[in-house]
Design a protein around this ligand. Structure first.
Ligand code: FAD
Ligand code: NAD
Length: 466
């Protein structure tokens, strides 16, 4: 069979790209090695983790916060099996939705491992080793990523695990040791802490979420510590061993002392790496860099002119919404359009509670670049909305150009900031100033008023409500 476009990989990059290319008049095939579509994000990433974060949040609230609202539930309890089943149901519905979208948009789906025969022919090998070869004028590689590991750790998938297994445990760990205080470590660490596990996060850097604004790292660590998560920052893990049900992690701290952590599960969450295994890239000589990323130009074109790559398998943030934008853009390039992605304005969100959301430059970046900036920071606890709900932790920080007042970065910790970040992202796309945001009427009482207040402080240095 001959297609205009063959997409390999059905994650948020690949499936969106397939839909868009088809909507732009191309004949499209999508190749996916697993039987369900949706990639990491829908099967073992964004969606299942959020399902468990929400379930565990409800339980945590019932246990710790309902009483204050005058609601008494005698001995709140949970059925972990049911929680996992609900999460699986959410995955099932969501991935079935992608299959529906493929049919609706006339995208032909091939189940099997896609590998290059040459630059226009893809071999699709099924589980039973049977195969067929399809032809494509253009090929889009959207094969995503897999968990990284440290060279001396053996992931046994039972007690020494990655996020994939952590989303599917049969029991609540007694003591979960988390290596890596990044997004996965903090989100999944939160899930199991709320469900009763002891959780210790061991982080190499001197702060958690090292790439985020330092104010965020400090505030997030403070509130998660209040929730009972223990942190060992500035610790370099040197070995991980298992003895039956016990896992031992050895690490070296900044004073070069050896520190020993013992638990019954160890989650290794030290980042992810691009996934190109099985593609037979060597047959077409597609260039891969030292980090294992497929090299592309600004149009997502590899060194082979009809082969493109997008999402986690190329350079940049490993986020579903970044992969999606690239999926749309590459389809538009193929249709001779001129798309544009603003990589400075990709929101970064952590779904702990309180949530974390960031867009644009961090204060550390502005300091390092010697740019003249001003800042406005407003605490969530000063909002009527926060006091009404009881969610008082966090802040909104607006960073603006000292001379022009243009907003350069926004960093927030607080209830529902995952959704609030889009207000400032839109404002920044239109190059708004902090005065612009401060002068816009915000609904009352809402958490969004913290954005207006922080903008007012960044603009003229004076607070109204704190
Ligand atoms: P992927 O989603 O990885 O999809 C690649 C697909 O290609 C897979 O289905 C794979 O089976 C298939 N494939 C690979 N090789 C072949 C081959 N040779 N032939 C056929 N098929 C192949 N991001 C967010 O933005 N928000 C979140 O909340 C979030 N939460 C996350 C939570 C966890 C626990 C994890 C692990 C990740 C999370 N991410 C989140 C990251 C997000 O999942 C990824 O950035 C996103 O899935 C990348 O999309 P992609 O299309 O590039 O690749
Ligand atoms: P990450 O890069 O967010 O965090 C990894 C952490 O591990 C870093 O803080 C790093 O300093 C630390 N680390 C590295 N080596 C270490 C060592 N030897 N000892 C101790 N600590 C060490 O990666 P992640 O949490 O694994 O997540 C992977 C990717 O998935 C990220 O790129 C993220 O964008 C994506 N993701 C996104 C979301 C979301 O958007 N909410 C959720 C989960 C995952």
């Amino acid at each position: 069979m001959k297609y205009d476009v063959i997409v390999i990989g059905s994650g948020p990059g690949g499936y969106i790209s397939a839909i868009k290319a088809s909507q732009l008049g191309k004949k499209v095939a999508l190749v996916e090695k697993y039987s369900t579509l949706g990639g990491t994000c829908l099967n073992v990433g964004c969606i299942p983790s959020k399902a468990l974060l929400d379930s565990s949040h409800h339980y945590y609230d019932a246990l710790n916060n309902f009483e204050e609202h005058g609601i008494s539930i005698k001995n709140p309890s949970f059925d972990f099996g049911k929680m996992i089943n609900r999460k699986n149901k959410v995955i099932e519905n969501t991935t079935a939705g992608i299959k529906f979208l493929m049919d609706k948009n006339n995208v032909t789906v091939y189940e099997g491992l896609g590998s290059f025969e040459d630059n226009t022919h893809i071999k699709v090998t099924k589980k039973d080793s049977s195969f067929e070869i399809i032809e494509g004028e253009n090929i889009i590689i959207a094969t995503g990523s897999k968990p990284s590991n440290l060279p001396f750790i053996k992931i046994d998938k039972e007690k020494i695990i990655t996020s994939t297994e952590a989303l599917n445990l049969k029991e609540i760990p007694k003591h979960l040791l988390v290596i890596g205080g990044g997004v996965i470590g903090l989100e999944l660490g939160s899930v199991y802490k709320r469900l009763g596990a002891n959780v210790t996060v061991i982080e190499y850097d001197s702060k958690i979420t090292p790439t985020m604004d330092s104010d965020i790292s400090r505030e997030l660590q403070k509130v998660l510590k209040k929730q009972g998560i223990k942190f060992a920052t500035g610790h370099r893990v040197t070995s991980v061993t298992r003895n039956n049900d016990e896992v031992t992690v050895k690490a070296t701290n900044k004073k070069e002392e050896e520190i020993i952590f013992k638990g019954d599960f160890c989650l290794v969450a030290v980042g992810r790496k691009p996934y190109t295994e099985g593609l037979a890239l060597e047959k077409v000589d597609v260039k891969v860099n030292e980090q294992g990323q497929i090299e592309v130009n600004k149009q997502f074109q590899t060194n082979i002119s009809n082969i493109y790559a997008i999402g986690d398998v190329i350079n940049g943030l490993m986020l579903a919404h970044k992969a999606e934008e690239e999926g749309i853009a590459v389809a538009e390039y193929l249709a001779k359009q001129k798309p544009h992605i603003n990589y400075d304005l990709i929101p970064k969100i952590i779904y702990t509670w309180p949530e974390v959301a960031s867009v644009g430059k961090t204060e550390d970046e502005l300091k390092n670049s010697k740019m003249e900036y001003k800042s406005g920071k407003f605490p969530m606890r000063a909002l009527g909305r926060s006091r009404a709900s009881g969610d008082i932790d966090g802040f909104v920080k607006i960073l603006a150009d000292k001379n022009t007042d243009e907003i350069l970065g926004v960093h927030m910790v607080g209830a529902r900031v995952a959704d609030l970040i889009m207000e400032v992202t839109v404002a920044m796309e239109y190059r708004a100033s902090s005065e612009d945001l401060a002068r816009i009427c915000h609904g009352h009482p809402t958490y969004s008023e913290a954005i207006k207040e922080a903008s007012k402080i960044a603009w003229d240095g004076v607070a109204l409500n704190s």
